[in-house]
Design a binder for this molecule. Structure first.
Ligand SMILES: *Cc1c(COP(=O)(O)O)cnc(C)c1O
Length: 221
């Protein structure tokens, strides 16, 4: 695989204001380094153990994003260095992230994960659940986390109209939360949506951050 060529080719096709998070899960640190060497700094992992291992092996100016399901008992391992946690879907998790960020004297950026796909999964919020988190008085006292926006995954389908509708829905939720809870908070601005199969639609629907694995690092076994 020619990672650097794939990466530079890919970057030339996306708007400059869309942040690429290169999803390096299951791929060796050498591949991350190859992307790093041509300028990529944002990388995403979905397993705590793998993220820690790569953090230790690779340059320290990498902006690490955790994109998987976060278990509260594992936050402590990544809290010293993780930049953003993409899939926050409970008050409990938010409080735990805040606790470990505080211990490390850091602010950790978080995205609220919405469930927008038709597939049933136990992960992701609906609008009223997200609002319940933001209305919770305890939330207002969490000084070491910053809600930077929202994240979602569309249904895995060939039906592009459906994918588009799901991304539109996520954008609506984001706009609504911004207006109602983050009007004076410029840091609430990220719309993390779009993967290798659907990023073009996601960008058309307002994505600010795409999470791309396969198209850069090749398919995973
Ligand atoms: C694996 C993964 C991606 C990247 O998927 P590709 O289809 O390989 O681009 C994006 N987001 C999440 C949450 C993932 O787990």
């Amino acid at each position: 695989m020619e990672i650097s060529k794939n990466l530079l080719g890919f970057l030339s096709t996306i708007p400059k204001n869309v942040q690429l998070v290169a999803v390096s899960k299951t791929k060796p640190a050498e591949m991350v380094k190859e992307a790093y060497d041509v300028g990529q700094r944002f990388f995403g992992e979905n397993k705590v153990q793998d993220l820690v291992a790569k953090y230790e092996q690779l340059p320290k100016d990498i902006n690490w994003h955790f994109i998987g399901h976060m278990q509260t008992n594992k936050i402590k391992y990544i809290a010293p260095f993780v930049q953003m946690i993409h899939a926050v879907d409970s008050s409990k998790l938010l409080k735990e992230i805040n606790k470990h960020a505080l211990r490390n004297n850091r602010i950790i950026q978080c995205l609220l994960q919405f469930h927008i796909a038709e597939e049933t999964t136990k992960f992701g919020l609906n609008l009223s659940e997200a609002e319940a988190i933001l209305n919770n008085n305890e939330f207002k006292n969490l000084k070491n986390i910053q809600i930077s926006g929202v994240m979602g995954m569309a249904t895995f389908t060939d039906n592009t109209a459906q994918i588009r509708n799901e991304f539109k829905k996520l954008k609506e939720y984001s706009d609504l939360l911004k207006e109602k809870y983050f009007g004076d908070k410029p840091y609430f601005k990220e719309l993390s949506m779009g993967m290798s199969g659907d990023y073009l639609i996601a960008i058309e629907e307002g994505s600010t951050m795409i999470r791309i694995g396969t198209k850069i690092f090749g398919s995973r076994s």
